[in-house]
Write a protein that binds this ligand. Structure first.
Ligand SMILES: [Zn+2]
Ligand SMILES: [Zn+2]
Length: 131
């Protein structure tokens, strides 16, 4: 039974999950800000075998500060990222939370790159802070 379906803006690229996320995090790094066009990225991590992908995508490889590589899959028509993987963590697929268009989706429990946060952004009180 599908639990959640994420899609791009035009709808041709989709990712359906059969599980709830393992982890939901927020990242304020500048690369996530540029990727999303927002002031932070919010993403949900799922076991790869619980995600079914449909549609055509293009890939963009981003090399992080620590040399890690992430492969982002985006729609070649509307440009929205629908899923990505981090090198060395192939057992997971990450999906931007906004792609679910589901306001009741579980909130973040982990927050990354605090020092790059815009001054007006506030996180939930009990969130775990990393880096
Ligand atoms: Zn699209
Ligand atoms: Zn980031």
């Amino acid at each position: 039974m599908p639990v959640h379906t994420a899609s791009c803006s035009c709808g041709q690229l989709a990712a359906t999950t059969s599980a709830d996320p393992d982890r939901v995090s927020v990242c304020r790094c500048l690369a996530c800000q540029r990727r999303t066009g927002s002031v932070f990225g919010a993403q949900a991590r799922f076991p790869a075998d619980s995600v079914t992908i449909s549609g055509v995508s293009k890939q963009f490889v981003r090399v992080g500060d620590a040399g890690s590589r992430a492969v982002f899959s985006f729609c070649p028509i509307c440009g929205a990222t629908v899923h990505y993987r981090t090198e060395g963590r192939g057992e997971y697929i990450a999906i931007p939370v906004g792609a679910f268009a589901e306001p009741a989706f579980p909130g973040p429990t982990v927050s990354v790159y605090e020092e790059r946060m815009h001054s007006w952004v506030q996180m939930p009180e009990h969130i775990e802070h990393l880096e």
